[in-house]
Design a protein around this ligand. Structure first.
Ligand SMILES: Cc1cc2nc3c(=O)[nH]c(=O)nc-3n(C[C@H](O)[C@H](O)[C@H](O)COP(=O)(O)OP(=O)(O)OC[C@H]3O[C@@H](n4cnc5c(N)ncnc54)[C@H](O)[C@@H]3O)c2cc1C
Length: 350
């Protein structure tokens, strides 16, 4: 009998496994694919920024930034700080000023900057931003995490402390027994006192209607001609487009309208149409510098209407949930995992 089984080895499951191990509790993680390779984590480009119009998410994101800065020490490539300019819609500037003067608002050098200053850092920024005298929140410590590498690193640390991971095991069903759970794989079963589902958009293993939908996010990869590489992350609230640098000579653009459905199987995604939208978004952000579209990454996130995750405590007769991170979770999942694990331990749930 296992004490705790985690289902799903994306960033969420790996972060839970790591948090439990750090707290001296070992769990078994079962992943249908490979760690970091089966869901949103495989496709996410992991922009880590603090400012978020949802205050709770901004608070978690600040802690998340600190987490990635610290966890990436000695692990090159897990977190890459490049800075980020978040161009505000004019009607939202006052809200951002209020954020900056609130708790944590400028704790990492965040401040307002005009487009002309951002263009000095990112010479390929579209001239329209300066022409319209647009204002950005400049976050010098922001950057991007590699979610796949991060999930693997978190799981590896946990395994080094005694946790266990089995990959290539799709779970078919979780059955509640008299005093434990039976996690059924199709070939056999694992018995566990506690189960936590970290299955991302595929959260309907339970026989119930969860308030979680599946959202598609298409990011398009572009090749940059020599010298035209945008070196920082960019977000434009007006066009809803965003960008982050990739490997040298490449970058990713998003913002194409997502599709939403109750489950991944029911999603109707127009990937070529999304690619066209992202090409247009690239031109909003950078103008026409001869960028070549290369391909599209299509990921599915667990989506809640308010962008807040779907969390449920594990307990007697109750499967725990740690899922639904709506396009933003790479920033703060490990911090939230630590908070959840501490709470579960304090209340004697695990
Ligand atoms: C394209 C894209 C871009 C994004 N960009 C950003 C960003 O810039 N910044 C940011 O902060 N966040 C971003 N996100 C969000 C962030 O990456 C996700 O919130 C995070 O990766 C979710 O991790 P997860 O572990 O909850 O889900 P997932 O990564 O989906 O992991 C779920 C895991 O469960 C496994 N699984 C599912 N069903 C079963 C089963 N029955 N049995 C066994 N295993 C199962 C899957 O194989 C998968 O590995 C983005 C997401 C996408 C898709």
């Amino acid at each position: 009998m296992e004490d705790i089984v985690i289902i799903g080895g994306g960033l969420s499951g790996a972060a839970l496994l790591w948090s439990l191990a750090e707290a001296g509790r070992q769990a078994l993680l079962l992943e249908g694919n490979v760690i970091g390779g089966g869901g949103a984590t495989a496709h996410s480009r992991g922009i880590v920024r603090v400012y978020d119009p949802v205050p709770q998410l901004a608070a978690w994101s600040l802690e998340g930034l600190r987490f990635w800065q610290s966890f990436s020490e000695g692990r090159p490539g897990v977190y890459t700080p490049v800075g980020m300019a978040y161009f505000l819609a004019p009607e939202n500037i006052a809200r951002a000023e209020a954020f900056l003067s609130g708790p944590g608002g400028n704790s990492h050098g965040m401040r307002l900057a005009r487009a002309a200053e951002i263009a000095e850092r990112c010479p390929v920024l579209h001239d329209g931003f300066a022409a319209d005298d647009r204002v950005a929140l400049w976050e010098p410590e922001a950057g991007h995490v590699d979610p796949r590498a991060a999930a693997r690193a978190l799981a590896d640390v946990a395994v080094g402390q005694g946790a266990a991971v089995i990959e290539g095991i799709p779970i078919r069903r979780i059955r509640q027994m008299a005093d434990h759970f039976r996690v059924e794989t199709g070939f056999g079963a694992v018995e566990a006192r506690q189960v936590v589902m970290a299955t991302g958009a595929a959260a309907r293993l339970l026989e119930e209607d969860l308030p979680l939908e599946t959202r598609s996010i298409v990011l398009s990869c572009f090749a940059a001609p020599g010298g035209a590489q945008p070196g920082i992350c960019l977000i434009d609230e007006v066009s809803q487009s965003y960008l982050r640098p990739g490997q040298p000579g490449h970058f990713y653009v998003g913002g194409a309208k997502p599709a939403i459905s109750p489950s991944p199987a029911a999603l109707e995604i127009d990937a070529p149409g999304a690619m066209v939208e992202n090409i247009a978004n690239a031109r909003v952000l950078l103008g026409d510098h001869g960028y070549q579209p290369v391909n599209a990454h299509l990921g599915h996130d667990g989506y809640t209407a308010d962008y807040l995750p779907l969390l449920r405590d594990p307990g007697p007769g109750q499967v725990g949930l740690f899922t639904g991170f709506s396009g933003r979770g790479a920033k703060y999942i490990p911090v939230l995992a630590q908070t959840c694990v501490q709470g579960w331990l304090q209340r004697g749930l695990i």
